[in-house]
Design a protein around this ligand. Structure first.
Ligand code: PLP
Ligand code: TYF
Length: 397
């Protein structure tokens, strides 16, 4: 008997794909889920990934055996170097416990479970944050609290309030930070602001937990986008990082990610790693191989790594072109200011549209974005940009 189950609501982000699929308007536009599209509106496989696929196909040493609980050690090594830098002292000292995870989402959940196990009762996240952060951490048994981050009134970071809130968090609390290209707002702290955040968190004995899902989409230079993480490490934080390779490598469905924690010394790292493995084993046993092998093939090869960085920069650059085109079209013949669209970075434009306006966009124009007014710029193309801007002007009139 299964009658105790009530009908649940669709997911606020992924559920849009379902409504979009049912819409028979030939002009429909999907700017909901953050997934990169070519200017033809099609899913995009990076040429370096195609190349890695060919290389891996020809290796008869590759098989379909299980990976270990912690995943592919070579992938984990390369992923951690990608975040912390090849010459990272903490990596050389063996102080980092790292595992391969089911992309960013899986890594976040493993971290939530681990925190709960380690006696943590709560976690702080920015307001707003990626919608899934909250249920992931709640389902792991943590209370989710928010620090101020973004002021919708002036479409800008509210840095002073953020710092004030961070100063009031009890010591030894874990605070989630978006490493770059904040989702959904597209607004990151400046280098100087990151320095101040690092200092405030050090003084307050807080534990930084970086969610790094867009490395390559902020500056267009993937290694450079790890700047905040590397600076915090330099400042001596024993921080944690969850990495997603969905967006930057375009490996969404392959579920490629890593979770790492910097500890005091090698023996502590071994203990933390053992607890990570004990968390993973009863959840899903071990992660999938294919995507991690592709990333290893790329990051293990100098030329393919250079190609990857260039190709990721190309995606970021197409998105920036679309920001300029969308803003220009929106401001044409109107007096409303859309400057924030070109000021924001990463995959999203946090448009400032109200939920009523978003519903009108959906119902009257078949344009699908999330209720908070977040538009995935990755889905905007030279062919639909004017359709989108005309519709936005219509619903905000
Ligand atoms: N964290 C942030 C901030 C994200 O925006 C996303 C995806 O949109 C993720 C994590 C997780 O994505 P995935 O599970 O595909 O790595
Ligand atoms: O667009 C976003 O913010 C994400 C995208 O398993 C996403 O929610 C979609 C599916 C998934 C993980 C992330």
């Amino acid at each position: 008997n299964w009658s105790q189950y009530e009908m649940g609501p669709p997911d606020p982000i992924v559920g849009l794909n379902e409504s979009f699929a049912l819409d028979d308007n030939p002009n429909k536009v999907n700017v909901g889920v953050g997934a990169y599209r070519s200017d033809d509106g099609l899913p995009y496989v990076l040429p370096c990934v195609r190349e890695a696929e060919k290389i891996n196909m020809s290796k008869d040493t590759l098989n379909h055996e299980y990976l270990g609980i912690a995943g592919d050690p070579n992938f984990v090594k390369l992923a951690l170097e990608f975040a912390y830098g090849e010459d990272s002292g903490v990596l050389k000292e063996g102080r980092v416990a790292g595992v391969q995870t089911l992309s960013g989402t899986g890594g976040l959940r493993v971290m939530g479970e681990l925190l709960k196990k380690g006696g943590h009762k709560e976690i702080y996240v920015p307001n707003p944050t990626w919608g899934n952060h909250i249920p992931i951490m709640k389902n792991a048994g943590l209370e989710v609290k928010k620090y101020r981050y973004y002021n919708a009134e002036n479409s800008d970071l509210e840095f002073d309030n953020m710092v004030q809130d961070l100063k009031n968090i009890p010591e030894k609390t874990v605070v989630l930070l978006h490493a770059c290209a904040h989702n959904p707002t597209g607004m990151d702290p400046t280098a100087e602001q990151w320095q101040e955040i690092s200092k405030v968190m050090k003084d307050g004995n807080l534990i930084p937990f970086f969610d790094c899902a867009y490395q390559g989409f902020a500056s267009g230079n993937a290694p450079k986008d790890a700047f905040a993480i590397r600076m915090f490490v330099e400042d001596g934080h024993n921080l944690a990082t969850v990495q997603s390779f969905s967006k930057n490598f375009g490996l969404y469905g392959q579920r490629v990610g890593a979770l790492s924690i910097i500890t005091n010394d090698e023996s502590e790292a071994k203990k933390v790693l053992s607890q990570m493995k004990m968390t993973i084993r009863p959840m899903y046993s071990n992660p999938p191989k294919h995507g991690a092998q592709l990333v290893s093939t790329i990051l293990g090869d100098k030329q393919l790594t250079t190609d990857f960085i260039d190709q990721c920069a190309d995606m970021a650059s197409r998105i920036n072109d679309m920001r300029i085109q969308l803003r220009t079209a929106l401001e044409e013949g109107g007096d409303r200011n859309w400057e924030h669209i070109t000021k924001q970075i990463g995959m999203f434009a946090y448009s400032g549209l109200s939920s009523e306006e978003v519903v009108k966009l959906r119902e009257n124009h078949s344009i699908y974005c999330t209720l908070d007014g977040r538009i995935s710029m990755a889905g905007v193309t030279t062919k639909n940009v004017n359709y989108i801007s005309d519709a936005i002007k219509e619903v905000t009139k």
